[in-house]
Design a protein around this ligand. Structure first.
Ligand code: XMP
Length: 327
């Protein structure tokens, strides 16, 4: 099979009309490629896989099966949003797998960052493969590959996340309907497909999820603290009009405690670190100047609403020498 490349003359898709033209053309192409066969898609809820799902639902409806694996490391409200948008609103064939216990049991006591990433990645493939084996007659695997993935793997910057990870008995033909698009174009197409703005404009979120924002061995209570603090941060950034402006912002709760006072008594609790950065390519990043009043509000809400956190810190370190994520 000849893999599709972005034509040099291709116009940037930056209007709803251009997005609609792309969608119409792709639907035709997808119907031709797939015929009456079946497609499987790992739907994370990120921009790329969500747009691929919405395109495939328009093109082939119930011939698509989406699998959403909740590894327990997603942000607050994310699995619920995937179910609401795809199963309830778009009537997709959606298999929801809550694999939280499986992931957290495997991760218990593991503090090495690379080991944690390996466990999360490996377990994800295992869970997805188990679901795939339960299904009959799947010919194609949908993938949210986008054009920068191809360019970066050609330049040797990062290995393209292709189907190579699946076991031998599960080899499918690929369907990559946003392969020739840049990220901003994927967002434009997603909007034209009716996906909610919170999904289309989602900030980057790493595959290992909150697992890399819980440095050290992950525990359920610290994971819950990072998830709650992240939800507060997102809410306050949205209220302050920063949501679409700051490239990436999140919280980190390391395995470290310090002394504090609560209700007149001594407590020994975690510190929550806030990170907010701007970048164009994630290779380097600068730190956002958060208004002091917003910072005070965040400190007040996080220390009063998040169980087990008595201190809030702001990370002023650019990339380099710090990376954006902590692990
Ligand atoms: P770092 O921490 O390397 O992150 O400065 C750069 C950007 O990449 C994101 N990131 C990941 N994205 N899988 C992903 O899909 C990953 O394993 C992963 N690790 C980091 C990070 O959030 C930032 O946007």
């Amino acid at each position: 099979m000849v893999l599709e490349s972005r034509p040099e003359s291709m116009q940037r898709i930056n209007t709803p009309a251009l997005a609609k033209a792309y969608i119409d053309e792709r639907i035709e192409m997808l119907r031709e490629q797939i015929g009456d066969k079946k497609v499987l898609l790992a739907l994370s809820g990120g921009v790329d896989s969500s747009v691929v799902a919405a395109l495939l639902i328009r093109a082939i409806g119930k011939q698509l099966t989406c699998v959403h694996v909740n590894h327990g490391l997603l942000r607050k409200g994310e699995p619920e949003q995937v179910i609401r948008v795809f199963r309830d609103e778009m009537a997709a064939n959606l298999i929801y797998v809550d694999a939280t216990d499986r992931f957290l049991d495997k991760l218990a006591g593991v503090s090495d960052p690379e080991q944690k990433r390996k466990i999360i990645g490996g377990e994800f493939i295992d869970v997805f493969a188990e679901e795939a084996r339960k299904l009959d007659g799947i010919t194609f695997l949908g993938q949210g590959t986008i054009w920068p993935d191809i360019l970066e793997s050609e330049r040797g910057i990062k290995a393209h996340h292709n189907a190579g990870g699946l076991p031998e008995d599960l080899q499918f033909e690929l369907v990559e309907p946003v392969r020739i698009l840049f990220k901003d174009e994927v967002r434009e197409v997603g909007r034209a497909l009716g996906l909610p703005e919170s999904m289309v404009n989602r900030q980057p979120f790493p595959g290992p999820g909150l697992g890399v924002r819980c440095p050290g061995a992950i525990t359920r209570d610290r994971l819950e603290a990072v998830r709650e603090a992240d939800a507060i941060l997102r809410e306050e950034f949205a209220a302050a009009g920063l949501a679409g402006k700051v490239w990436q912002y999140f919280t980190v709760v390391p395995d470290f405690k310090s002394t504090g006072i609560r209700d007149g008594k001594r407590v020994f609790e975690w510190a929550c670190i806030i990170r907010a950065v701007n970048t164009t390519d994630a290779m380097s990043a600068t730190v956002e100047e958060i208004p002091f009043a917003l910072m005070q509000k965040l400190v007040s809400r996080i220390t009063s609403e998040v169980k087990g956190v008595n201190r809030v810190l702001y990370d002023f370190t650019p990339k380099p020498c710090a990376t954006i994520e902590y692990e």
